[in-house]
Design a protein around this ligand. Structure first.
Ligand code: S3P
Length: 168
């Protein structure tokens, strides 16, 4: 299978950044984090962008970044958890790479995201917010070519599964 890019999608805390790093190392491809590109473009943190300009503005910048990134090849791209909410983003991902959805159970997600403060959508009652958002997005990642559960496997097992799928 000839793969142009690998695009990792999934809810916050499902391991996209960790897997992206490992995959990029293994393949010798560039690693791209769309959240980081948004922060760079705006010279603000994600939290600050949400606070000053709101979520819709963040989504516009995120879509622009995704559009630009997808013009290139040989990249492992970790996307923000909400990047899949736009039809246009989903189409461009599917047309320019192998889209891998990482899934985790809610308990694992809560454990992972509780350590980080740069997630404005979870601010306040993290547990309650995760439960609500996971429910709201329960089918949002189904469009991916491949789905992998990262709560029951090690990150290395996940990596091998993606590589095996690419080499089919
Ligand atoms: C978001 C996920 C975050 C970031 C922003 C919004 C979401 O990325 O893009 O806080 O809507 O799920 P991570 O999934 O990398 O945490």
């Amino acid at each position: 299978m000839k793969v142009k890019n690998i695009v990792l999608v999934g809810f916050m805390g499902t391991g996209k950044s960790t897997i992206a790093r490992k995959l990029a190392d293994r393949l010798g491809w560039n690693i791209i984090d769309t959240d980081q590109l948004v922060e760079k473009a705006e010279a603000l943190s994600i939290s600050e962008i949400f606070k000053s300009n709101g979520e819709n503005y963040f989504r516009k910048v995120e879509s622009k970044v995704i559009h630009e990134v997808m013009q290139r090849k040989k990249q492992v791209i970790a996307t923000g958890g909400g990047a899949v909410l736009s039809d246009e983003n989903r189409d461009i991902m599917l047309n320019n790479g192998l889209v891998v959805a990482l899934k985790s159970d809610v308990k694992t997600i809560i454990e992972r995201v509780s350590r980080d403060r740069n997630r404005p959508l979870l601010k306040g009652d993290v547990r309650k917010n995760v439960y609500e958002l996971v429910e709201k997005r329960k089918h949002a990642y189904d469009f991916a070519h491949l789905q992998i559960d990262t709560s029951s496997s090690s990150m290395d097992e996940v990596l091998e599964e993606i590589i095996a799928y690419m080499n089919r």
